[in-house]
Design a protein around this ligand. Structure first.
Ligand code: PLP
Length: 395
């Protein structure tokens, strides 16, 4: 029986990708080997020519990385997956595969800071122009399309404002304009949302986030149809931003508990968001699971749950936000997210710090904005850790 005959995601999460070695190990093996031995010169030649399938060199492939790719592809319902050294390496790999000088990108205004920087600050030097538009506004996306547009790129929910993009609507716009739609699914993971089923052509992951889920390693992935992933693979094999086998193994094991973590963290995040909405010194809360969220209906249709990230604006700007962050005792101040340990950050001075103040404000990243990635701690402990900083404002 093929592993893919297990229909349920829970089964795939723990079993997809297993290829047992001659030692009969129970747990997936970690193959720390940078190159692979051939039986003969003839086999080496065939392997290099791609005529004999098998491992050659770890920049090309490694069995542990292959296992991780197979498991993630099964979870996303993708034909193929290419793992990369980080989420940003995945985004660069996509750009290097599908774009050339003169091409144009339509990108969501609220994209992660480094992605914006990659498009506007680096790809622009190679004659690739990007228009940043509100991806929640399908008409604005449509209006930005040009004959040269080859890539429409969104995150949903966005970081840190949790804006929801209608994936099916944007896939339609992209396809009618001769472009592909790429969706960064790092926040939802395939547990909450499967963009390929909604018409997206490529799914991107920062595996550093929920897929690892325990703050240990960097990793990334691209998923989609096999012909496109074959092209991505050619870039990766030549340029080299491949995933290390060790990181692949950690992520592979992380995926086994992905559903349990994401569901539990989402439940706590919803309860925390509801509580934050009641706090007098909280001006607004951004969480797709709240009826007050502008795209709540779309979120309910498109996602299984609201996810683990809650952002909110405290009254008093940067000073109040930093005071709240600095008084936390349990929640860690760190830019990473998707961890079992809750983390807190001030986007305007960290993840989005390299963007100009005007662009930041246009993207809605206010000085009083705080982002929390809700982990697995007890909800009451989380509230208690935040309460001091929120009450301080009364003093
Ligand atoms: C939504 C999103 N995409 C991509 C990235 C980049 O991933 P990495 O840090 O693994 O390069 C991040 C990192 O925070 C992110 O939040």
């Amino acid at each position: 029986m093929s592993i893919f005959e297990f229909e349920h995601l829970d089964s795939l999460a723990v079993r997809a990708g297993i290829e047992r070695s001659q030692f009969g190990e129970h747990c997936e093996a970690l193959y720390l080997s940078s190159s692979f031995v051939f039986k003969s010169a003839e086999q080496a030649a065939l392997r290099f020519a791609g005529e004999d399938l098998g491992n050659v060199y770890a920049r090309f492939s490694n069995p542990t990385v292959t296992a991780m790719q197979t498991r993630l592809a099964a979870l996303e319902g993708a034909e193929a997956c290419v793992a990369t050294a980080s989420g940003m390496a995945a985004i660069l790999a996509l750009a290097m595969t599908v774009l050339k000088t003169g091409d144009h990108i339509v990108a969501a205004q609220g994209l992660f800071g480094a992605t914006q920087q990659l498009f506007a600050g680096i790809l622009s030097r190679f004659g690739i122009e990007t228009n940043f538009v509100s991806s929640t506004n399908a008409a604005a996306v449509q209006a930005s399309m040009r004959p040269e547009t080859k890539l429409v790129f969104v995150e949903t929910p966005s970081n840190p404002l949790m804006e929801i993009t209608d994936i099916a609507a944007l896939a339609d716009i992209a396809h009618r304009g001769g472009a592909i739609l790429a969706v960064d699914n790092s926040f939802c993971t395939p547990i909450l949302q499967r963009p390929l089923e909604l018409g997206a052509d490529v799914v991107i992951h920062s595996a550093t986030k929920f897929l690892d889920g325990q703050g240990r390693v960097l990793g990334g992935a691209l998923l989609g149809a096999k012909p496109l992933m074959d092209e991505v693979y050619k870039y990766l094999r030549t340029a080299g931003p491949t995933l290390s086998p060790f990181n692949a193994w950690v992520i592979l094991k992380g995926m086994e508990t992905l559903r349990l973590r994401v569901e539990a963290q989402s439940a706590s995040a919803l309860a925390l968001a509801q509580w934050l909405e009641q706090q007098p010194n909280v001006q607004k809360v951004f969480y797709p699971g709240l009826p007050s969220h502008p795209q709540h209906d779309l979120a309910v249709r498109q996602q299984k749950l609201g996810g683990a990230i809650v952002s909110f604006v405290v009254r008093g700007g940067r000073e109040a936000a930093w005071r709240l962050i600095n008084q936390t005792r349990m929640i860690f101040i760190t830019a990473n997210l998707g961890d079992t340990k809750s983390t807190i950050t001030h986007p305007a001075s960290t993840t989005h710090g390299r963007i100009s103040p005007q662009a930041r404000l246009a993207a809605g990243i206010e000085e009083g904005l705080v982002r929390i990635s809700v982990g697995l701690e007890g909800l009451e402990d989380l509230k208690a850790d935040l309460l001091g900083g929120l009450e301080d404002r009364h003093a």
